[in-house]
Design a protein around this ligand. Structure first.
Ligand code: PXP
Length: 241
């Protein structure tokens, strides 16, 4: 059995539904399939522009499915209130930029106003028993700042590594993740990773010492189009194991 947990991000089930603005495909139904196929938790991102998951999806997921819910969200009042209302089990704070296709990287913790919002979010949500992680690029300064402001979990952004797959800088990007992981563990924080991970590039990340959880969406939902969600999730779980 694998020690690495698999968080299955269902945003793109909701993307497809929003293309017609009807009720199908339903992320709740997808969650049930994912959970019986090897997913350890359900991941959903409520974005400012609501282009895929809606607040109602989180509300229904909480009421209708018994599972660990991991919510990705920006650090602002609107999202803090949503988290406080629906009580996901954990939250990952991510940066959001208007017009971006997907999250473009980790939080910029050199930006003082961002650090203030992130710190406020950590405190507000963890006081209510919600676990909070920070989505960070694999660099030591951000990880140390995250530690100082009270984060107990870091989700390392694997975007650069994923994009380096098959290119000259692949080994260097993996090494950056390994070194960052080492620092996260040395600071006694929990270690998660995600972004752009697929059936080919995921194994070296899953094998990093101390890796506890991988959050994966796009590649699983893309494969599900051809093989079905059940097979797509169970194949991913098998690879990371
Ligand atoms: N982790 C975080 C923090 C993310 O923002 C995303 C994208 O929503 C993911 C993981 C999953 O990325 P992907 O869909 O590329 O697997």
């Amino acid at each position: 059995m694998s020690d690495v947990k698999l968080g299955v991000n269902l945003d793109h089930i909701a993307t497809l539904r929003q293309a017609r603005m009807i009720s199908n495909p339903d992320p709740i139904e997808a969650a049930r399939v994912a959970l019986t196929s090897g997913a350890d938790m359900i991941v959903m991102h409520i974005r400012g522009d609501r282009r895929h998951m809606q607040e109602e999806d989180l509300e229904r997921m909480r009421k209708e499915v018994r599972c660990f819910i991991h919510l990705e969200m920006a650090a602002n009042d609107e999202m803090r209130n949503i988290a406080l209302k629906h009580k996901p089990d954990s939250v990952c704070i991510v940066p959001e930029k208007p017009g971006e296709l997907t999250t473009e990287g980790g939080l910029n913790l050199k930006d003082k106003s961002m650090v203030k919002e992130v710190e406020k979010t950590i405190k507000t949500l963890s006081d209510k028993g919600i676990e909070v992680s920070l989505f960070l690029d694999p660099n030591a300064d951000d990880i140390r700042t995250g530690y100082k402001i009270g984060a107990d979990t870091v989700e390392l952004c694997t975007k650069a590594y994923s994009e380096s797959w098959g290119k000259k800088n692949q080994a260097k990007e993996l090494e950056r993740l390994q070194l960052a992981s080492y620092l996260v563990k040395e600071l006694n924080m929990n270690l998660h990773s995600g972004h752009g991970l697929d059936y080919y590039n995921v194994r070296p990340v899953a094998q990093i010492e101390g890796m506890e959880c991988l959050n994966i969406g796009f590649s699983i939902i893309s494969r599900a189009v051809f093989v079905g969600l059940k097979t797509a999730v169970s194949q991913m779980k098998e690879i990371i194991g």
